[in-house]
Design a protein around this ligand. Sequence first.
Ligand SMILES: Nc1ncnc2c1ncn2[C@@H]1O[C@H](COP(=O)(O)OP(=O)(O)OP(=O)(O)O)[C@@H](O)[C@H]1O
Length: 299
Amino acid sequence: MGGDSPPPARPPDAAIRLRGAAVRLRGAAVRLGGRTVWSGVDLTVGAGEFVALLGPNGAGKSTLVKVLLGLLPLTAGEISVLGARPGRGNHRVGYLPQRRSFDAALRIRGVDVVRLGLDGDRWGVPLPAFLAPRARRRAAEDRIAEVIDLVGATAYAARPIGALSGGEQQRLLIAQALVRRPDLLLLDEPLDSLDLPNQSAVAALVARICRSERVSVVMVAHDVNPILGYLDRVAYLAHGGAATGTPEEVITGATLSRLYDTPIEVLRTSDGRLVVVGQPEAPARHTDRHGGDPRGDTR
Ligand SMILES: Nc1ncnc2c1ncn2[C@@H]1O[C@H](COP(=O)(O)OP(=O)(O)OP(=O)(O)O)[C@@H](O)[C@H]1O
């Protein structure tokens, strides 16, 4: 080895990455309702990385998120989340579930929705135990204000959540998932049902939070394009398996053709968007859950 000279200083990102993986799956498989949803899945999410789970409707993206939360067991393979069994470290995991909507008449304020992330759960408030009750309350309010500011929602956080736009609601829900300073953020289709400008804005926000807060992000996405420029890695679930790697490695005709076992083309439009052509239709049962287009369009 190279003598006694100290190792060169590493940029902060590299130092974070060396701390160990946030998520590690090896040969993982899940069965639901007597059917294998996916098997042979290998995935590593490094500390501080931004990783997307892609794939058509019904490929098992949300199932993978539930596995990471410890809500569903693997039927084969190995898994660790934040260095432990899934579920053990959930106090260090922020989670935004799929398809949230608020009744327009709901009077609860945005700030109260964020506060639920602190005290609306079974793990207790992550504030120093030595603080007196009043100081704890103040520390909690400071953290809530800080995280609302982080997502750029200060101007409307006091308004009823039901009266806010989808993009504004989404920012507040991301704040809720962040309020406990998680090490791992699991976001299930946070861009779903947002218009294109809001998709770009929320994607940029999540990427900024990933870097500035040093949190590992796993985001389920139906369309990779809004997040493509920010991703370290993707897992593309389809056909009962997964291809994982950098976006350049995975979202290619060759890799997706292998995964689907049928010819697939990946086209790049003049503005840099990826269009996947030739994906087989998902089985009919998947369409019922969404009532929409049965094609898995990673566009
Ligand atoms: N509790 C369950 N019992 C049996 N099958 C289930 C259950 N939950 C989900 N599935 C099935 O497992 C498969 C994967 O579902 P999942 O919701 O993980 O897909 P997804 O990739 O997240 O889809 P989408 O993009 O449509 O949200 C689907 O075929 C679904 O019907």
